[in-house]
Structure formats: structure tokens, C-alpha cells
Design a protein around this ligand. Sequence first.
Ligand code: PRX
Length: 646
Amino acid sequence: MSEQTASQEGKTYPPDAELSKSANVRPEMLEQDLQEFWDEQAKQRLDWFEEYDQVLDWNLPYAKWFVGGKLNACYNCVDRHVEGGKGDKVALHVVPDDGPDSSEARDITFSDLQREVVKMANGLKELGVGKGVPVGIYMQMIPEAVVAMLACARLGAPHTVVFGGFSGKAVAERCNDLECKVLITQDEAMRGGKAGAQKTNADEGLDAGETTVEKIVVVQRTGADIPMSDRDVYLHDLTANVSDDPESCPCEPMDSEDLLFLLYTSGSTGKPKGVVHTTAGYLLGVTTTHNLVFDVKDDSVYWCAADIGWITGHSYITYGPLANGCTSVLFEGVPGYPDKAVWWKIIEKYGVSILYTSPTAIKSHMKAGEEHLQGHDLSSIKILGSVGEPINPDVWEWYREHVGGGKAPIMDTWWQTETGHILITPLPGITTLKPGMAQQPFPGVRPEIRDDEGNQLDVEQTGNLVLTQPWPGMMRTLYKDDQRFKDTYWSKYSDAYFAGDGAKYDADGDIQLMGRIDDVVNVSGHRLSTFEVESALVEHADVAEAAVAARKDDDTGQAIIAFVSLKGDKQGTEELEQALREQVAQSIGKLARPASVIFANDLPKTRSGKIMRRLLKNLAEGEELGDTSTLVDPSVVDEMQKQMKG
Ligand code: PRX
């Protein structure tokens, strides 16, 4: 499939006149001064226990937003809605793994949510959790995951959510780094009709070495008979005798700049980076963007089909939608189970008006075929969203046509774990849409596209995307690693945030994202570093060295190719290839499993001993290799090429 088919090239979709009149976002906002815009939003959208006395204190690269203010994220997401008379409004339509017709499907109102959060927070208090005491969360898409995040926020306890599909090792690394004393998890996870280990994964990871975790709180999802030790307590036992009265557990007043959560993400080298997000700026950023980008109204039914373990889940399942008092769908399962129409049944049953998902998910629906959408009433859809990777124009057109009834505008939103919230996106009722482009900065955001020397580039020239003004949800630093924070994001250019993405302007000044320019790989919208995968490969006893590159993949965006040299006279057999793929799945998680493993006597190295990564990228993509004369042994490349073709 070509990136841009001839029939679609240049096709644009002007905003609908009705939407332009009724949209929450106003064109004047784009003209507003940065501080004036966010000050206005902060007063309108958040409830403060104490007002701030300064909107922004910017000392590049360190930002403080809403200095002196006090607030609580849980209060803004839950309590204020109940106090404001919206207690009976549905906060979450909970759809279990086996779909919307399941007898386990249920609705949680804002009042229910408040009771659940208060109960869990009171339980956590008994374990010594309170302001500034970090908590790990290792769960799948069940409502208790949202409750756990909010319970932490209520107590002022920073959380770190570890993606439920990651290994126990990843859990241990992250929890130990943040020095979590408590981990919240679930007995088992249900996905695609199968129960999978969750709590025992965590045990394996934590028991492999020393750990700071002293207590594991276990939510019963399947009721499986899992090993429980003195370290473990079931949530229902912990909370059996605690109050669910909000007054028994008031929301802790937090400083605007107090840590709300840490989320670990992959960088191009080294261990995962602990991205620091603080309370007020983050909460305001996600609330404002959620409201304006998706044009959220009182009766909107919103569904973000991301996972709670990623930043999208934090910002646009938990904090943004709940702070906006919006009704959401929370789906535990996967696109093709119990049948290929499950998404369309969910949209029909709940009258979903806003759907936010990834290009990979849309592609899987395209592949499954239009017939699964037929007979389902999707007329409730008003706005569509896309996130996580560039969306191919063909996929964009399909999404609009088949899910959006040929009229719903698509918001192709660009942002990152580090940015906290959406920064580049079309705006409903304002932007003339172009398939496959994120297009325009959100109000207050100032992107530029520069070459390596710092010159601003002309239209159609690909360069580095940077941001020259701060925004409220920006990461404050990398946990315990200020130097890496400065080196990674603020040293390429002295005056701007370096995003790590390639981008270009078209003739109208619209931005097209071109993918990562570092060693970060994006598989199905999941971010991984080549370094992490390489580390997992060399853990295998037979592996001498490993290097990883990515190739384009129609289904997953990118796919991982591992290049491996073996110890001694070990042979690269099919069994070993499987074993290595499994090794990576075990060590990191299934999503990191290489699509293929290429064996060679050595890796392509320069005379100074450096692996030529450019060459591996070319090999993985099946591209021309160019000059290989600087290699110590050019024959290893021939050997690899042969295997790639075979
Ligand atoms: O390369 C960009 C890609 O995803 C990266 C950020 O990944 P992560 O921190 O996991 O956050 C994903 C969810 C926000 C970016 O550096 N990316 C994200 N959204 C888009 C995108 N690439 C193109 N278009 C997008 N809309």
C-alpha cells in the first residue's frame, strides 16, 4: 500500500458549519497569549483549594505552573461532580472481556466511583500509604485500575502504573526505582476469553531480587486460586471494615507542583525513563485538551480504547474525561473477541459519540472487514480520534467512512508520554482536515521544524520537531535523573524541547509527523527501545551480541527484527529463534517479541568496534545498503541479507 494513494492526495475536508457554530473550542483561543489562555482555562475548568498566585514560572528547562495553588486531582475527577449534583451520572460503562452483552457489564456512577475510591483509599491508609508514599499499580482494564489511580491521588500518594502486559521483571524494576512499598494488582487478567497470570507475574519479578515492595493488594477478577503469602492481602479483605463515606477520607490538598504520578517510558538507551508529572499543570492540560479536541458536551459518551498502562490511558481514560465529568466506556477486552463486531456492539449499545483509538486498532478492523460493522447503528458517533503513530491516509479514509458515517471529523492527535497531553491536532469545527496529518498546534503550543544546525526548515523539508514554548502538562524532569532529562530533551537546541520525532510542513503550514528519529520503536502504538530488546536477547546463554532494528509493517506500524551473533559454535536454528522470541516476551512482554531473528557470525561493525546501526535499519527495511567498506568484515552483511531473503 502506498503511503498516499493518488486518489486521496490533496483531498481535504472543511469543517461542518453546524459544528463550527457549536464547538467548545473558539478560533480566538488560537490568538491568545500562552499564559492568558491557560489562566482562563485553569479558572474555568479546575476547582482549587487555594488559588495560585502565578500562572507560569519558566526557567528553561524547568517549568512551574500555577505556582502557590493547592488542589486535588481526585477531588476534581470525582467529588466535585457528586457535590455538584451529578452523582447519578454514569462515569464508567464497564464492558468486560466477553463484551457488552455479558451479565458482568455494569455502570458505575460518579457516586459509586466516589464510594469505591474512598474505600480503597481508606484501605491503603491502613497499609501506611499517604501523602508522598509511592504506590505501584499493575493491572489490566478493570474499573479497579481507575479506582486505584484515583485513590492514590486522593491520598496524595504518587502512583506508577506498569502496563499489565509487561513482565514481572518490569514491575520490579519500576517499583524498586520509585521505592514503592505497596503494589496493587489483580489475581488474573481476562483477555480474549483467556485468563492470564497477573499477580504471580508480579511475584516472580519481585522475588527475583531485593525489593522495596512490602505489601501486595490483590483485586479479585477471576477468583482463581492463586498463591497468597503474608505479603499479600485481597482488596475485599482490606476494605471489609472501612468506611466509604468521603468525609472519612478527605482529599489531600496538594501543591500544584506536587508529584501526581511517574510513568516509565522507553528511551533510546539505558533503563526506562521515569517521566515526572505533577498535579495542576498536568490535570489542566488533559482536562482542557480532552474537552476542546473531542468537543465534549454534557451528554457525550466517550470511549478511549487505549490501555490504562500507557500515557493515553492516564490522560484520556482516567484524568481528562473524569475531570470533565464525562461518561466513558471502559472495555477490558480486545478488538476481535467475543466476535469481530464487539466494538460496533459497544458503540451501538451505549450510543458512543466520541471514539479515540490507535491506527493499529483501526487497521485490525479494516482487515476483519466491513461486514462486521453492517447492521450496527453507529450514528451516535460525532468525533473520532487517532493517537500513537502516524495514520496512513487510506486508514484515515476508512475510519471516517465506515466508523464515522462518512462525516465524523478525525482528530489525529500527536503527543507523547513526556508531553502529558495532546499538543498537535486538528480542532473540531475549525480545521480543514487532511488525511494522515496532525496538522496544527493546540492553543499556546509553538512547534518548529529545524535541521540539525537549528535552522528552521522550509515546506516539504523533513527535520526535527521542537517546541519553543512550555505547556502545562510537560514533564518536569526524569525521576532521579535531571542530567538525562537535560541531555535528552534540552541539549540538541538550547532554546527548545526536542521531541525525537521527524516532521515536515506542507505548503499550507500543516504539520505531518514522520516517525521517530532515534532508536525508539513503535509497535502497534507501543513504545519500546531497541536497547531494551537487545538487553533481553543477550540474557540468553547462547547469545554473544544482539542488535535490533525495525521494519515497516502493515498491521503493527513497525515490527522488530533482531540481529544476533551466537557464542562459540552454537548454530542459529529455528528452535533457537523461537526460544529467543520467547525470551524477549518473557523479559519485557509479548508486544516486544521480535518478528524475526537473523543469525550471523558477527554483527556489522566498524574498525572502531561500533555496530553500524544504519546498516541494520537498511537491512531490516530491505533497502539499499550503500557503502559497507568501513566494516571489519563485510561478509556478515551478505550472510544476513541471504537470511532476510530466505
Ligand atoms: O513518535 C510519536 C508517536 O508516538 C510517540 C510517543 O509515544 P508515547 O510516549 O508512547 O505516547 C503515545 C501516545 C501519545 C511520539 O514521539 N506518535 C504519537 N501520536 C502520533 C505519533 N506519531 C504520529 N502521529 C501521531 N498522531
